[in-house]
Design a protein around this ligand. Structure first.
Ligand code: HEM
Length: 489
C-alpha cells in the first residue's frame, strides 16, 4: 500500500514536471500538432492509421522536422537526411540510446534495448557472427532451407498461397539452423513448435497501445516490456536447454565462449566481452525475433512487387539464369554479390517499404545542438523513413510510389545522400544482422525465380498493419507457376 502511494506521488510529480514539456517545441520554434492536455497526440496515433501513415500526413503539414507528444514525452520526428546523419552517425555519442532503453546494469535485457558501454560490449561479442567467413559457412544451411521451401511451393501446384506465411517458415528455419545450429522443420510443417511460439511472441511485442499508454511513466513501461520478454523466454526455454548439448561453431557458441557465471564479476560492466547466462538467453531471443519477422516481411513485399511488375520479374529472372545456367547451380555468399539487378530490386523494395521504421529512433543523452537546433537531454528523435524514402528533394523528380529498381543504378546511387536510404537504420547502431538478412533474401529470390513465375492471386490485396514491423495485413497471396524448363517431361 505504502509502495502504491509512493508510486502515485512519484507519477504526479513526474507528470506535472513533464507537462511543462508541452511547450518545448513552441520554445524551440519547431512546428507540430497541438497536444491534448492528458494524452499529448496519442489519440491521433491510435486511430485507424499506423504511426508511419500519420507521420507522412504531419510531414506534409509541418515539413521535414516537426514535434509531437506521446503523453507528456516530446518526440521530434525528422525526414531530413542531414539531420538524420547528424543524430544517428556524427553525434552518435550523444544519441546512443533507443527510445526505450533499460538501465545499464540490468542483465535481463538484450542488445536492442541496452545502451552505453553495455550496448558496446554486447554488440562487440555478437558482431563476429556476421563476418564474411561466417556468412560463407552459413550458405549451405540457407540453401538447404530454401530447398525445403521449393518442395512446399511445388506441392501447392499453382494454387493461391500466402507467401508471407511461407517466408516466415523459411526465415525461422534459417535463423534456427544458422544462429543456433539446430534443426527446425517449419518449411515442411506449419505446426512446428518454434513457429507457434514465435508467432505468439510477435503478437505479445506488438501490443503497442498498452505499451504507449504506459509510456506516461518510463519505469512502468520498462517493467512491462521486461515482463513480456520474460514470458517469451519461458516460451523458448525448451530449446535453450538443447542448446548447451551439441554445439557447432555458430552464434550461440560465440555467446557461450563469452560466458561468465557471476554477474558480480568485475568484467561484467567494463569493456570486457563477458556475458552472463541471462544475457545469452536474451541475445538468442533477440536474434530469433529479429531474424524471423523482418526478413520474411521483406521477402513478401519483394514478391508482391515482382508479381505485380512482370517486366521487372522477367528481367531479374534473365539475370539469374545467366549467372546460374545449370540445373544444380546454387547461389552462395560469393556469387550472389555479382547479381546487380537483384541488388537494385531488393533495395527498391526496402525503399518503398521500410518495414522496421518505427524502431529507428534515438534518445538524446546530453543537451546539444543539431543543425542549429538545441535538443534537450531526454528528447527522442524519430526518423520518418516513409517520408524520407518518398521525398522528391532527396530522390529527384518522379512518382515515388512507382517500383523502379533503376533508382539504384550506379549513376543514380552516386547522387544520393548517404542517409537517403535507411531501411536498416543508420550509424553504429544500425541493424546488426543486415548482411545475413540480405544474403538470405537474395539467395531465396535467386532460387525461386529460376523455378517459378509469380502472379498475384485473385484474392490478393495489399494492406498494411503496424506492429513491431509494418507488414501485409492479409499476407501476400500469389500463384507460383512452375516454369516449362523445370517441368519433368
Ligand atoms: C530485412 C531484414 C531486416 C531489416 C529491414 C532490419 C531492420 C533493422 C532496423 C531498422 C534496426 C534498427 C537500426 C537503428 O536503430 O539504426 C535493426 C536493428 C537490429 N537488427 Fe535488424 N533488420 C533485419 C534483419 C535482421 C536480422 C536477420 C537480424 C539477426 C539475425 C537482425 C538483428 C538486429 C539487431 C541485433 C539489431 C539491434 C542493433 C543494435 O541495437 O545495436 N536484423 N534492424
Amino acid at each position: 500500500m505504502v509502495f502504491c502511494w509512493v508510486l502515485l506521488a512519484n507519477c504526479k510529480v513526474d507528470y506535472s514536471y513533464k507537462l511543462y514539456n508541452h511547450l518545448i517545441f513552441q520554445e524551440l520554434g519547431i512546428p507540430g500538432p497541438s497536444p491534448n492536455f492528458l494524452f499529448g497526440n496519442l489519440l491521433d496515433l491510435w486511430g485507424k492509421k499506423g504511426f508511419h501513415d500519420i507521420y507522412q500526413i504531419w510531414n506534409k503539414m509541418y515539413g521535414k522536422i516537426f514535434g509531437y507528444f506521446e503523453g507528456p514525452s516530446p518526440i521530434l520526428v525528422t525526414s531530413d537526411p542531414d539531420f538524420i546523419q547528424e543524430v544517428f552517425v556524427k553525434q552518435f555519442q550523444r544519441f546512443h540510446a533507443r527510445k526505450v532503453s533499460d538501465p545499464e546494469k540490468d542483465e535481463r535485457v538484450h542488445m536492442f534495448f541496452a545502451m552505453g558501454d553495455r550496448w558496446r560490449r554486447l554488440r562487440s561479442v555478437v558482431s563476429p557472427a556476421f563476418s564474411s567467413k561466417k556468412m560463407r559457412e552459413m550458405t549451405p544451411e540457407i540453401n538447404k532451407t530454401i530447398d525445403g521451401l521449393l518442395n512446399t511451393i511445388t506441392e501447392c501446384k499453382g494454387k493461391s498461397v500466402d507467401f508471407l506465411c511461407l517466408f516466415q517458415r523459411l526465415t525461422l528455419d534459417a535463423i534456427v539452423h544458422c544462429a543456433f545450429g539446430l534443426d527446425s522443420q517449419a518449411v515442411n510443417d506449419d505446426k512446428e513448435p518454434f513457429l507457434t511460439h514465435c508467432r505468439g511472441v510477435i503478437e505479445d511485442t506488438t501490443k503497442q497501445p498498452l505499451l504507449y499508454l504506459c509510456g506516461y511513466r518510463g519505469e512502468v513501461y520498462a517493467v512491462l516490456v521486461r515482463n513480456i520478454k520474460l514470458t517469451q523466454v519461458n516460451c523458448i526455454n525448451f530449446f535453450i536447454s538443447i542448446q548447451l548439448q551439441s554445439r557447432k561453431n555458430d552464434l550461440v557458441q560465440l555467446l557461450i565462449n563469452a560466458r561468465i557465471n557471476n554477474i558480480n564479476d568485475p568484467m561484467f560492466n567494463i569493456n570486457g566481452k563477458n556475458l552472463s547466462d541471462q544475457e545469452i538467453v536474451q541475445q538468442m531471443l533477440l536474434f530469433l525475433l529479429a531474424g524471423y519477422e523482418t526478413t520474411s516481411t521483406s521477402l513478401s513485399y519483394i514478391f508482391h512487387e515482382l508479381a505485380n511488375n512482370p517486366d521487372i520479374q522477367d528481367k531479374l529472372r534473365t539475370e539469374i539464369i545467366q549467372h546460374y545456367p545449370k540445373e544444380d547451380d546454387q547461389p552462395s555468399y560469393e556469387n550472389v554479390r555479382y547479381l546487380k539487378y537483384l541488388d537494385w530490386v531488393v533495395k527498391e523494395t526496402l525503399r518503398k517499404y521500410p518495414l522496421a521504421s518505427v524502431i529507428v529512433a534515438r534518445k538524446c543523452m546530453e543537451t546539444c545542438v543539431v543543425n542549429g537546433l538545441t535538443i534537450p537531454k531526454g528528447m527522442v528523435i524519430q526518423a520518418d523513413l516513409w517520408s524520407l524514402h518518398r521525398d522528391n528533394d532527396v530522390w529527384g523528380e518522379g512518382d515515388m510510389e512507382l517500383f523502379n529498381p533503376e533508382r539504384f543504378s550506379p549513376e543514380n546511387s552516386a547522387k544520393l545522400h548517404p542517409c537517403a536510404w535507411c531501411p536498416f537504420g543508420a550509424g553504429p547502431r544500425m541493424c546488426a544482422g543486415l548482411r545475413f538478412a540480405v544474403l538470405e533474401i537474395k539467395m531465396t529470390i535467386a532460387v525461386l525465380l529460376k523455378k517459378f513465375r509469380f502472379t498475384p492471386a485473385a484474392d490478393h490485396r495489399l494492406e498494411m498493419s503496424e506492429g513491431a514491423t509494418i507488414s501485409p495485413k492479409y499476407g501476400v497471396r500469389l500463384n507460383a507457376e512452375l516454369l516449362m524448363s523445370q517441368k519433368v517431361s
